[in-house]
Design a protein around this ligand. Structure first.
Ligand code: MCA
Ligand code: AMP
Length: 499
C-alpha cells in the first residue's frame, strides 16, 4: 500500500486536467504535480530521508508545498506540517519533539530558523518558497524524478499533526495510511463528489481541514482546485463563480455575509457549501440560506480522527447539529464512568473506527488516557445523540478556545503569562467574537507595585506565541474567583467579560 498510489490511481486518467489553479500563477495540472512530487521525492532521497523519518515543514501555501507533501507519501516519510504563524520559540519545540531528518522552512525565515534547527539537533534544513525558490526548490528542478513508490503497511504512520493539549505542550497525533485513506474515500463518496466538480480552497494546508479533507477529496475526484493563498472575501467571491464546492470554517461564511454585495448570483454554480472546525451558529446557517438559498452542510472532526460525523448530502441538514456518524465509524455518548447513554442524554462524545489515530508521538501514557478499555477514543467534546443517531455538540470537557477555526489551549497561554515577572497567576478565557467566533482574553493577577500593564503582557506574549494565540485584551484583577475546591471558575470570568 502507498497512499500516493491510491490518489494517483484515481487521477491517472486525467493527467492533463488542471489540479491547482492559483491566481497569477501557472496552472499546475495533475501531470505536473505527479512529476513535481517525483522530483521532490528525488530531493528527499538525496537528503537521506527514508521511510518513517519525519519531515517537518513550515512553508507558505503553494503547489510546491503540496508536491512536497505528496513526495513524503511517495517515499513513506512522515509529513509534519506546521502553522506558518508559529514563532521561532514554538518551532524550536516542534523540532526538538519531532526529531526530524529534514526541516523545510520559508526562505525568509532561514536566517532565524537555521540556528533554531541546529540547536534542536536537526541534521538538514532547507528552504522552499512559493515559486519553487529556496534551496530545496532549486535542487528539485535539477533532479531526475524518482518514480518509485515505497510500499507501506496500512498502520504505518503517514503524517503527524501537532494538536495542543489541555496539559502542557502540543502533542504529535500520528495518523496512519489507513486513517487518511479510509476517511478520504468515505468523504469523497458521502459528499457526492462527481465529474466536473471544482473545489474552492482558501484554507491553510497545515491542518486536517485544508490538507486532508479538501485536497484528498479533490485528488480522489481528479478535480480542479481554485487554490487561494488565504481567505479574502473579494477573491473568494470572484472565485465562487467557477467553483461547485467550497469548504470553510464558520468565519468564511460570516465574512461573506458581512459583504452586502454577496448574493445568490455569486453562488450560481455551487452545489455544496461545507463548514467545520468550529461551531456554525444557527444564525449564520439561517442567514446564509436566506441570502443564497444554500443550506450549509456542517460536519465535525478532530486532528486525531479526521472527520467523524457529517450532515447528510441529500437528507435534512439541521442547524446546530453535526449530523450522523460517517459510514464505518461508531459514535456514542457516555456518562462520566464511560457507560453509553441513551438518546437525548448529554455526555462525553466517543468514537471508534478506521479513522482514529494510532497515538501521540512518544507519549504512550497520554495516548492510553484518551482511550476507553474497549477501544473508544474520548474526544473531549460534550454532546447528545437523538433517536436517529444525529449528534449535537453542546460544549467541551476540555478547556479549549476555537478562534477562526484555530484551536487555542488556555493552559499554554497561561503558562507563558504566569512566567512573566510580576505576575502572580492568570486565567485565559474565550469570549464571543463577531468575526472569529471566539477570541482570547487573559485575566491576570499581578504583584502590587510592579509595572505590569495590559500592554506589557501583550508585548511579552508576542515574542513567544503565534499571533492568533495572543490575548486581544488583558484585564488586571486583584484575585481570580475560585470554587470551594480552589479551582478557578472560568464560567464566572466568561460571564463577567463576555461583553
Ligand atoms: C488570523 N489571525 C487570527 C486568526 N487568523 N487571530 C485569531 N484567530 C484566527 N483564526 C490574526 C492575524 O494574524 C491578524 O493579526 C488578525 O488576526 C487579522 O487577520 P486577518 O487577515 O483578518 O486574518 P485572516 O488571514 O483573514 O485569517 C482569518 C481566517 C484564518 C481566514 C479565519 O484564520 C483561517 O483560514 N482559519 C482557518 C483555520 C483552519 O483551517 N482550521 C482547521 C483546523 P494582526 O492583528 O497582526 O493583524 S481544525 C481541523 O483541521 C479539524 C480536524 C476540523 O474539524 O477541521
Ligand atoms: P482540532 O484540535 O483542530 O482537531 O479541533 C478539533 C475540535 O474542534 C473538536 O474536538 C471540536 O471541539 C471542534 N470542532 C470541529 N468541528 C466542529 C463543529 N462542526 N462544531 C463544533 N466544534 C467543532
Amino acid at each position: 500500500m502507498n497512499l500516493y498510489q491510491i490518489f494517483r490511481d484515481r487521477f491517472e486518467a486525467h493527467l492533463d486536467q488542471p489540479f491547482l489553479i492559483s491566481p497569477g500563477e501557472a496552472v499546475c495540472s495533475y501531470g505536473d504535480i505527479d512529476r513535481l512530487s517525483a522530483c521532490f521525492a528525488a530531493a528527499l532521497r538525496l537528503e537521506d530521508v527514508n521511510a518513517l523519518d519525519r519531515v517537518v515543514v513550515q512553508v507558505d501555501k503553494s503547489a510546491g508545498a503540496v508536491a512536497l507533501y505528496l513526495a513524503c507519501l511517495r517515499i513513506g516519510a512522515v509529513y509534519v506540517p506546521l502553522n506558518v504563524a508559529y514563532t521561532a520559540a514554538e518551532v524550536a519545540y516542534f523540532l526538538s519533539d519531532a526529531a526530524p531528518t529534514l526541516f523545510v522552512c520559508r526562505p525568509a525565515s532561514a536566517d532565524q530558523l537555521y540556528e533554531v534547527a541546529r540547536q534542536a539537533g536537526v541534521p538538514v534544513t532547507r528552504t522552499l518558497g512559493t515559486s519553487l525558490d529556496g534551496s530545496l526548490g532549486h535542487v528539485t528542478h535539477k533532479l531526475t524524478p524518482s518514480e518509485a513508490l515505497t510500499e507501506r503497511a496500512p498502520d504505518d504512520v503517514a503524517a503527524m499533526l501537532y494538536t495542543s493539549g489541555t496539559t502542557g505542550r502540543s502533542k504529535g497525533a500520528m495518523l496512519t495510511l489507513e486513517n487518511l485513506a479510509s476517511n478520504a474515500v468515505t468523504l469523497h463518496k458521502y459528499w457526492g463528489f462527481r465529474p466536473g466538480d471544482v473545489l474552492l480552497h482558501a484554507l491553510p494546508i497545515f491542518h486536517v481541514h485544508g490538507l486532508f479533507v479538501a485536497l484528498h477529496c479533490a485528488m480522489l475526484n481528479a478535480s480542479s482546485v481554485i487554490f487561494l493563498p488565504s481567505f479574502n472575501t473579494h477573491e473568494v467571491r470572484r472565485a465562487l463563480a467557477d467553483a461547485t464546492v467550497m469548504m470553510g470554517v464558520p468565519t468564511f461564511y460570516t465574512r461573506l455575509l458581512d459583504n452586502e454585495e454577496f448574493t445568490r448570483e455569486d453562488c450560481r454554480n455551487i452545489r455544496l457549501f461545507i463548514s467545520g472546525s468550529a461551531p456554525l451558529t444557527e444564525q449564520t446557517f439561517t442567514e446564509f440560506e436566506q441570502r443564497t438559498g444554500h443550506r450549509i452542510l456542517e460536519r465535525y472532526g478532530m486532528t486525531e480522527t479526521n472527520m467523524i460525523t457529517s450532515n447528510p448530502l441529500d437528507g435534512e441538514r439541521v442547524a446546530g447539529t453535526v449530523g450522523y456518524a460517517l459510514p464505518g465509524i461508531e459514535v456514542r455518548v457516555t456518562s462520566d464512568s464511560g457507560e453509553p447513554l441513551p438518546p437525548g442524554e448529554l455526555g462525553s462524545v466517543e468514537l471508534k473506527g478506521p479513522n482514529v489515530f494510532t497515538g501521540y508521538w512518544r507519549m504512550p501514557q497520554k495516548t492510553a488516557q484518551e482511550f476507553r478499555s474497549d477501544g473508544f477514543f474520548i474526544t473531549g467534546d460534550l454532546g447528545l445523540l437523538d433517536q436517529d443517531g444525529r449528534l449535537s455538540l453542546v460544549g467541551r470537557s476540555k478547556d479549549l478556545i476555537i478562534s477562526g477555526g484555530y484551536n487555542i489551549y488556555p493552559q499554554e497561554i497561561e503558562s507563558v503569562i504566569d512566567a512573566l515577572p510580576g505576575v502572580v497567576e492568570s486565567a485565559v478565557i474565550g469570549v464571543p467574537h463577531p468575526d472569529f467566533g471566539e477570541s482570547v482574553i487573559a485575566v491576570v493577577v499581578a504583584i502590587k507595585d510592579q509595572a505590569v500593564t495590559e500592554a506589557s503582557i501583550i508585548e511579552a506574549t508576542a515574542l513567544q506565541l503565534a499571533r492568533f494565540k495572543q490575548p486581544r485584551r488583558v484585564i488586571l484583577v486583584d484575585e481570580l474567583p475560585r470554587n470551594t475546591m480552589g479551582k478557578v471558575q472560568k464560567n464566572i470570568l466568561r460571564d463577567r467579560y463576555s461583553a
